[in-house]
Design a protein around this ligand. Structure first.
Ligand code: ATP
Length: 365
């Protein structure tokens, strides 16, 4: 096992800075997920750790060793790719044996490890087949098996589930969780799918533009985003942002003038928001933290009109228009009976409010 440490890591390709000064501590036995939109530098970061790219600057440490100059095969890692990358002419058994044979592993150990791993992944009956005779899910299992059999210090996984259909993806996600519990191998996992990131990670690193925007335990990052990018990236449907001018009422309370509607700022935010009096401030509220409240206290509700009703099974997503003309989404109980055109009152859960500086995007709370 090993921890991985990236320090001020930079990778430039001609005029593109794919990785722009990343520092990240990946603890031993952790499942760390790099997540972010397409092109943000996730894969390049993983390939740098793997030794498939050379860093332009910065340091990569695996365990106690600085590995910047070590070749891929000299690093104690195993990589699982999106497209499985199995050898098409080899059987499953030989695909799994190959990495061990390259490292001159003893024949007895090879046979034992392949058998153990096949049992762990429940692919024993597939050992004599070739990749073309396997389903996508089975191929991905073999690709995982090929990594597991090597018993490396670190697994590097690049979107390993993205070629599977939705149902299989959910199933494999649960299996990856279970495998990690059993093996505890330090894992760095790349995905652009925030649900995958939230469910698999014990540490999540949200990336944008070659930089890490925030690192932490998934639920902590979800509830305490450092900026509007992280707040908007994590969560589906994504967080609503409503921009207004911060004012002080005659009663000394802070309120956000949303241009035709007033949002009352709870007292506990007064200190943090005081420097912004008179300035623009963005309120962030997640769809699941909005309730429909037909008879709420007027000070805390926002009248809105239902524009779209989208039942999604475990929740119903409503698209609404506020009196200010702004659009907002709410995720409500599927039993909620509302129709297009209904006038409703929205109540924002006061414990889930976030405030941001609309210019820098930084969280103010
Ligand atoms: P995706 O989710 O689409 O795979 P990503 O977050 O993994 O995206 P990278 O593949 O790391 O992003 O790419 C980061 C940036 O570096 C992109 O702008 C990409 O075009 C560029 N890039 C990556 N590899 C190369 C390369 N070999 N040569 C030139 N530019 C590259």
């Amino acid at each position: 096992m090993a921890h991985v440490e990236l320090t001020d890591l930079v990778k430039e390709f001609d005029d593109v800075t794919a990785v722009d000064g990343i520092s990240l501590d990946i603890p031993d036995e952790s499942f760390t997920v790099l997540v972010g939109p397409s092109g943000c530098g996730k894969t390049t970061t993983l390939r740098l750790i793997a030794g498939l790219e050379r860093a332009t600057d910065g340091e990569i440490r695996i365990g106690e060793d600085i590995v910047n100059d070590a070749r891929a095969y000299e690093r104690d890692i195993a990589m699982v790719f999106q497209n499985y990358a199995l050898y098409p002419h080899k059987t499953v058994r030989d695909n799994m044996r190959f990495g061990l044979e390259q490292h001159d592993t003893d024949e007895g150990i090879i046979t034992e490890r392949v058998q153990e791993t096949a049992e762990l992944l429940q692919i024993e009956e597939l050992l004599d087949r070739r990749p073309s005779e396997l389903s996508g899910g089975q191929q991905q299992r073999v690709a995982l098996g090929r990594a597991i059999v090597r018993d490396p210090a670190v697994f590097l996984m690049d979107e390993p589930l993205s070629n599977l259909d939705a149902k299989l993806r959910v199933q494999m996600r649960a299996e990856l969780n279970k495998l990690h519990e059993e093996l505890s191998t330090t894992t760095v996992y790349v995905t652009h799918d925030q649900v995958e990131a939230m469910t698999l990670a014990d540490q999540i690193a949200v990336m944008d533009n070659g930089q890490i925007q925030q690192v932490g335990e998934p639920t902590h990052v979800y509830s305490n985003p450092r900026n509007m990018f992280v707040a908007g990236f994590l969560g589906s449907p994504s967080m609503n942002f409503l921009e207004g001018t911060l004012e002080e009422s005659d009663a000394g309370k802070f309120e956000l003038d949303l241009g035709g509607a007033i949002h009352n700022v709870p007292d506990e935010f007064t200190d943090a928001l005081e420097p912004y009096l008179g300035d623009r401030v963005t309120l962030g509220i997640r769809p699941e933290n909005i309730a429909l409240n037909q008879d709420g206290v007027p000070a805390n509700v926002h009248p809105a009109t239902v524009e779209v009703v989208e039942p999604q099974g475990e929740k119903t997503v409503l698209e609404l228009e506020l009196a200010t003309g702004q659009s907002i989404k709410a995720a409500v109980d599927p039993d909620t009976t509302v129709e297009m055109g209904d006038a409703v009152n929205l109540r924002f859960d006061r414990d889930s409010l976030q405030y941001f500086d609309p210019t820098t995007g930084k969280s103010l709370t």
